[in-house]
Write a protein that binds this ligand. Sequence first.
Ligand code: ARG
Length: 459
Amino acid sequence: SQPSTWSQRFESALHPAIAQFNASIGFDIQLIEYDLIGSQAHARMLAHTGIIAAAEGEQLVDGLEQIRQEYRQGLFVPGVEAEDVHFAVERRLTEIVGDVGKKLHTARSRNDQVGTDTRLYLRDQIQQIRQRVRSFQSILLTLAEQHVETLIPGYTHLQRAQPLSLAHHLLAYFEMSQRDWERLGEIYQRVNISPLGSGALAGTTFPIDRHYTAELLNFGGVYANSLDGVSDRDFAIEFLCAASLIMVHLSRLAEEVILWASEEFGFVTLKDSCSTGSSIMPQKKNPDVPELVRGKTGRVFGHLQGLLVLMKGLPLAYNKDLQEDKEALFDAVVTVRGCLEAMTILLQEGLEFRVARLQAAVNEDFSNATDVADYLAGKGVPFREAYNLVGKVVKMSLAQGKLLKDLTLDEWKTLHPAFESDIYAAIEPAQVVSARNSYGGTGFAQVRHALQNAKAALS
Ligand code: ARG
């Protein structure tokens, strides 16, 4: 039978199906660049502390460099017999540099090694995702700048509520994304801690220098407790939380775009570059992009839930369950990146706001009713009284198939003597929006102020 990977305690090899079941090489090969960097830092530290000779350290570093070149050229393709990326690299290293390769794993375990690799990977990914959040924000800002004076119905309960500046609506997403960007930056701090040197769980008998490797790898600090170092996945869960929130935000916008693109709303036109047709209904133009974003959101939530459940009953320290963290992270990263990019392109060139339709929409509803009540309240009528009166006016107008702007001044005056001819200007949609000049409101002055702030946040 085949010899075993393990020490001579083992007499025979794994059952082939179990080898397949146990292996992570199929997905953790994605960590190889980080595994190599981590191993090079470890080798340098071993030489630096005199645990191995300086020349041996150099041989290890060079051998690892060669593996990087082989991998990049597609020449290093380890199979399932390697079990995981860590074993694959160590084996290849020993083939390249000979017996000195067997010294690499001195004072190290795959447990602190995989934790290091995962953090290095996530660190990079967080930076990339943050950049994509920035691109997404910047297109939101560009659109907002174009649409300060474009009005759009604002909804609560998906019922017409009060009209808004379209820029204000878009800037709400800018704010959500700003929190996403900040949140990723905060999480980065906790991802950026080195577990290397925690050993299997208890530290090591060798005089290692954990701060030295941490510095070589640009970590901001080291785990204070070796058990925590090898078994903590809080950083991964935090990332999945942040990723889930990004998806919540993208998915809400996606849902709005889907609604807006429907004939019933008609607020946007989807352009050909970002929509698809039907295989049977020739008239169709479907919002597949936002639908996919909405759909993929569930996957990311699933990964968060999966990792939380994975962790909840794990006794200290490392357990093989932890190998399951990687596919969750990798898929969440690819999904979030892809969705951010798709939504950015969709906003950039995939849709157009139908400004005339939007203008007509805000002119044809009762979303100025609050303003009639505010008008009276401004003249000293207690708001609740004014509110009740306007409710009556709306009921009456609906019965007569009229809008508020259709009432004559006589009718207004019969309803309440405080009404004067300026009531018409007060209920004009542009005035309704403009008047909401409270801090953070949709009034044009506020929106212009918010645009300045948004611009400053991006620069
Ligand atoms: N492939 C493993 C993982 O991803 C590496 C660590 C294995 N450690 C162990 N003691 N079996 O978690």
